[in-house]
Design a protein around this ligand. Structure first.
Ligand SMILES: [Zn+2]
Length: 311
């Protein structure tokens, strides 16, 4: 069916990356449309056919493709790498930040987008996406026996991960973000997303779930984009933490803060100060731990700002 696809490459640039915006027309025709019966003098407004707009055809592990469907649709769902994501209504399209998990194998995969037209007719748009390998580096950390006992208890970590996962898997069916994504702190990148950790000389394992920026205690921390605060409290491992819901299943979070300056339920603007850099929770010095997650899958936050996601 791919032979029927019509591609428009507009070459539009994203935030600093050499990205291109790609539009794909409906691959599977929506089927014959019933001819409406018109009364004398009555006219019909033509429906705009759906088109698939992807931020990129090539996405890295822990990256995300911003999938948009323009035109007149009632709703839709994206299927990619065996997972399903609902489309969320935006201003001019319905969209989803479709995530690639840290350990999804590199290769070519078909993305399908099932849409329902206003008439109730269903159709499918599809395109092939290449998942590129991200090279994971290793970080060697030293924790004191007290830190190991207090914070590295698998039960403590599992409980906190479950709390965050239950938040990150909620999909608010409303777009709460706008425009570009900003770095949340003026600091030095000290640990990339996905780094494997060797703790006190152990075999490297796991993946760092966020990006760390070293900064002086008290440095302002700002929201990467607009949204609603859904968590603002002390956590065991993440320390003082703020989680912002950007709608459509996308979340950002900010950990190890010395002070929290927003409350759960607050609406925040992009760039608004939400707290201060600190050293709370499991931390070896003042830094910000910045996470991004879409539909429950942790993503490399820096890829929201360096153009590698194509936006
Ligand atoms: Zn971290």
């Amino acid at each position: 069916m791919l032979a029927g696809a019509v591609l428009f490459v507009s070459g539009a640039c994203g935030g600093g990356g050499g990205s291109s915006e790609v539009t794909v027309r409906l691959v599977t025709p929506a089927g014959p449309t019933a001819t409406p019966t018109l009364l004398p003098g009555e006219t019909v407004t033509a429906l705009e056919p759906p088109e698939l707009v992807l931020s990129t055809f090539e996405v890295y592990q822990a990256g995300t493709v911003l999938v948009s469907v323009t035109g007149d649709i009632r709703g839709g769902q994206v299927t990619f790498l065996g997972r399903k994501f609902p489309l969320t209504p935006g201003s001019q399209s319905q969209y989803s930040f479709v995530p690639v998990d840290t350990e999804d194998p590199p290769g070519e995969y078909v993305m399908k987008v099932d849409v329902t037209l206003p008439t109730g007719t269903k159709g499918t748009l599809q395109e092939t996406i290449t998942v590129l390998a991200t090279e994971w580096t290793t970080e060697y950390l030293e924790f004191t026996p007290e830190q190991v006992t207090e914070y590295l208890d698998p039960a403590v970590i599992a409980e906190e991960e479950a709390t965050l996962k239950s938040l990150y898997t909620r999909v608010t069916p409303e777009k709460l973000w706008d425009g570009f994504w900003q770095l949340p702190v003026a600091g030095v990148l000290t640990s990339r997303y996905g780094e494997q950790r060797s703790i006190n000389g152990s075999e490297p394992s796991g993946h760092h779930g966020g990006t760390d920026f070293g900064a002086l205690e008290g440095t302002p921390v700002t929201a990467t984009n607009s949204g609603k605060v859904v968590l603002a409290r002390q956590m065991k491992v993440h320390g003082n933490m703020v989680v912002v819901d950007h709608g459509g299943g996308l979340y950002s979070s900010y950990g190890h803060l010395s002070a929290i300056e927003v409350a759960e339920g607050d609406a925040v603007e992009a760039g608004q100060q939400i707290g201060l850099v600190g050293n709370t929770g499991l931390s070896t010095g003042a830094h910000l731990h910045w996470e991004m997650a879409s539909n429950g899958i942790l993503l490399d936050a820096v890829r929201f700002t360096d153009g590698t996601n194509g936006f």
